[in-house]
Ligand binder design. Structure first.
Ligand SMILES: Nc1ncnc2c1ncn2[C@@H]1O[C@H](COP(=O)(O)OP(=O)(O)OP(=O)(O)O)[C@@H](O)[C@H]1O
Length: 260
């Protein structure tokens, strides 16, 4: 059985069809990059994966069961920005999920339990290369360091699935390269299954093991929301030629113009 299965999956908001008839199986430890025109439903798909939105039709299965309807320790997520709490230092940010879980009302724990949460947070920060910035607040960190912190936060509960919503979109090319290396290392070391949205088709082609193109294959320029996006390409990456890359790139430009 595949770890994740999309079975005729739809998401609609009223009359707006965002995603339609998605079908796919994803095995554990795949690294799926997702590209598509702006507004075609990539984040919506991640929200379904995270459990903060429900499908309107069809099924999204994890180990053969409907994916849990709210976020839990099976899935961690990193957004492009603003994932971290500005009033907590790096250690505090990474401890937060554990503190909230252990003490639902106060949001704080004490004694040995707190020490363990702190030790685990420090180990996680070291894993993402922030061992030297444990007591720094987000505003004292560069963009790349903030994303490292967000990754530490997402991975502290040791999820099986890591969801990345354009995590490196705002970073300079050199820093992006370092972040690619970090994500690839964590993916391998922690046996993660990764879904990563990117606007950069080249990143989509060459970073992961599998590329999904979300695109509207039926497109009414007068009513772009009448039809949803589907998975129009599902490719093992690294093996495609330049022509495929260019044709996907120009097709997505056409959709982007139609969506506006
Ligand atoms: N809660 C909501 N209610 C109504 N419509 C929504 C809601 N969330 C998203 N949408 C609509 O769904 C469509 C897809 O949005 P989504 O954010 O998933 O696109 P995207 O591909 O991630 O875009 P981008 O690349 O710009 O981030 C958009 O038309 C958006 O307006």
């Amino acid at each position: 059985m595949a770890m994740i299965e999309l079975k005729n999956l739809w998401k609609e908001y009223g009359n707006d069809v965002v995603l339609e008839r998605l079908n796919a199986k994803v095995e554990a430890r795949e690294f799926v990059t997702v590209v598509g025109a702006s507004g075609c439903g990539k984040t919506t798909f991640l929200k379904l994966m995270l459990g903060i939105e429900d499908p309107t039709r069809g099924e999204l299965l994890l180990d053969g069961e409907p994916i849990p309807g709210e976020p839990d320790e099976t899935r961690g997520i990193v957004f492009q920005r603003y994932s971290v709490m500005p009033h907590l230092d790096a250690v505090g940010n990474v401890m937060l999920a554990g503190e909230l879980e252990a003490s639902r009302w106060l949001g704080r724990v004490f004694g040995n339990r707190r020490r363990k949460l702190r030790d685990d947070a420090i180990a996680m920060l070291e894993e993402v290369g922030l061992g030297h910035a444990l007591d720094k607040y987000p505003h004292e960190l560069s963009g790349g360091m903030q994303q490292r912190l967000a990754i530490a936060q997402a991975l502290i509960k040791r999820p099986r699935i890591l969801l990345l919503d354009e995590p490196f979109g705002a970073l300079d090319p050199g820093i992006r390269k370092d972040m690619h290396e970090l994500v690839l290392r964590l993916w391998k070391e922690q046996n993660l299954t990764v879904f990563m949205i990117t606007h950069d088709i080249e990143e989509g082609f060459f970073l992961g093991t599998r590329l999904w193109v979300l695109d509207k294959d039926r497109l009414d320029p007068q009513a772009p929301q009448a039809y949803g996006a589907r998975i129009t390409f599902d490719l093992p990456v690294g093996r495609e030629d330049q022509k495929t890359y260019e044709s996907i790139s120009s097709r997505l430009d056409t959709t982007a113009r139609a969506i506006g």
